[in-house]
Design a protein around this ligand. Structure first.
Ligand SMILES: C[C@H](CCC[C@@H](C)[C@H]1CC[C@H]2[C@@H]3[C@H](O)C[C@@H]4C[C@H](O)CC[C@]4(C)[C@H]3C[C@H](O)[C@]12C)C(=O)SCCNC(=O)CCNC(=O)[C@H](O)C(C)(C)COP(=O)(O)OP(=O)(O)OC[C@H]1O[C@@H](n2cnc3c(N)ncnc32)[C@H](O)[C@@H]1OP(=O)(O)O
Length: 394
């Protein structure tokens, strides 16, 4: 049913790239996982002494080294690791790395080819640079949260997808790849200051740049794409499921009307804003008359832009997703999305192994980065590193 992830073997786009990811909450782990999926050798630097719980559920394809950065020999060990790495991803608020003596001036001086990626909410400068925050705060500050939500309701943050992942993890990965490309010309590394506020603002450029088109002039929840329009909405079906309707262009809207069994001559024009609330009620009452599967039979194969709203259980089983092997299973039978996008010659080959335990690969990583057995023994005896081959993360 699913294409099992193969792991290893074939050369991938980022094969040979050495990445150090300092353990963080959600955005940096995604960034590291993307690089690992596409072939980079990603080491997650976890805390020592180990925290009681691990919160990284995006450890696919990574190895873990547990290192106490607060102790001078631990910070010195990271400096040494960085001198043999291509990329460092750090997820702390501004000032934390500097306090540890691991700021960019130090690390880039020691390894001028290093890409030093700083993935934060508020960026490295500005009034909030040292403040705590989470996804919702960053979306709010970007201006985008003000646009999200239904009519008459408070702004609504769509899970932590926008800042943590789209504007954070993904854009930081893009920044790293751009800096790596530039390094092939200049031979030099640089700092990537990936602020999630700016990341979200940037990915919402369409919203900013389309304001003069009149798409967003009305209050929140009353516009074309923000649940104001009847033809860009979700509707409940008779079996308690939902259909998603995105019939924007007139020729697609015509097919929607046909599929719903309506006569367009008896309806107001598609863009008659004042009729939208009534049209929504009409569409809702029609969608409520059939099951999701019945609506799929009607709309599949048409250009009406109507699709089922699938649950996490159903999405991997949908015929289209199965045909493209869009979801994969790992050794623990966990299902997750296949890395995207799909490269034709050197696609990502995600690891099918379980995520690493904290400190599982401490020794092998240090050896690989040139530490001697004696140096490693000293780090152990100083309690600067930890090894953990047997215990689970949780
Ligand atoms: C909305 C999201 C957040 C979602 C998170 C959830 C995915 C998870 C949160 C809680 C999890 C659950 C919980 O743990 C319980 C269960 C555990 C179980 O295992 C799994 C199930 C759980 C239910 C579990 C499930 C989930 O995993 C959770 C629900 C976000 O928005 S994330 C984005 C947050 N923002 C940023 O990342 C922006 C940049 N970062 C920051 O602004 C700050 O880091 C932040 C996030 C505000 C945190 O501030 P904090 O004060 O804690 O840290 P920092 O100021 O950055 O400083 C770090 C300090 O740590 C020291 N340090 C770091 N590494 C080491 C090391 N190796 N050795 C020693 N010390 C280290 C560093 O020196 C700093 O020390 P100081 O404070 O003294 O300077």
């Amino acid at each position: 049913m699913f294409r099992r992830s193969a792991g290893g073997g074939r050369s991938m786009a980022l094969s040979g790239l050495r990445v150090l990811e300092l353990a963080g909450l959600a955005p940096a782990p995604l960034c590291g996982m993307i690089l690992a999926d596409f072939g980079a050798r990603v080491v997650r630097v976890d805390r020592a002494p180990r925290s009681a719980v691990a919160t990284d559920v995006q450890g696919r394809g990574k190895r873990s080294l547990a290192l106490d950065l607060k102790r001078p020999p631990g910070a010195a060990a990271l400096r040494r690791l960085c001198s043999g790495a291509d990329v460092l991803i750090e997820p702390f608020r501004h000032g934390v790395m500097e306090k540890l003596g691991l700021g960019p001036e130090v690390l880039l001086h020691e390894n001028p080819r290093l890409i030093y990626a700083r993935l934060t909410g508020f960026g490295q400068t500005g009034k909030y640079a040292k403040s705590a925050g989470h996804d919702i705060n960053y979306v709010a500050l970007s201006g985008v949260l003000s646009k999200l939500g239904r009519k008459g309701e408070n702004p609504y943050a769509p899970l932590n997808l926008l800042a943590d992942f789209a504007g954070g993890g993904v854009l930081c990965a893009l920044g790293i790849i751009i800096a790596l490309y530039e390094r092939t010309i200049s031979g030099k590394g640089q700092v990537v200051d990936a602020s999630m506020v700016e990341g979200i603002a940037y990915i919402s450029s369409f919203l900013w740049k389309s304001q003069n088109l009149g798409l967003w002039n009305r209050p929140r929840g009353e516009n074309l794409l923000d649940s104001g329009a009847p033809f860009y909405e979700t509707y409940k079906t008779s079996d308690g499921k939902f259909m998603a309707v995105g019939a924007i262009e007139p020729q697609f809207y015509d097919q929607l009307i046909k599929g719903l069994g309506l006569d367009s001559d008896k309806l107001p024009s598609q863009l008659s804003f004042s009729d939208w609330p009534e049209m929504k009620k009409k569409f809702a009452s029609i969608f409520a008359q059939k099951t999701q599967s019945e609506w799929c039979s009607i709309f599949d194969g048409t250009d009406a832009c109507v699709t089922p709203v699938l649950s996490f259980d159903d999405a991997p089983l949908h015929q289209h997703n199965k045909q493209r092997s869009s979801f994969i299973k790992n050794d623990q039978e966990e299902i997750s999305p296949r890395p995207a996008p799909l490269l034709s010659r050197t696609p990502a080959v995600p690891s099918c192994k379980r995520d690493p335990f904290i400190g599982e690969h401490t020794e092998e990583i240090l050896l690989e980065y040139g530490f001697t057995q004696e140096e490693i023994a000293k780090l152990y005896s100083d309690k600067v590193i930890e090894s953990n081959k047997l215990k689970a993360n949780l």
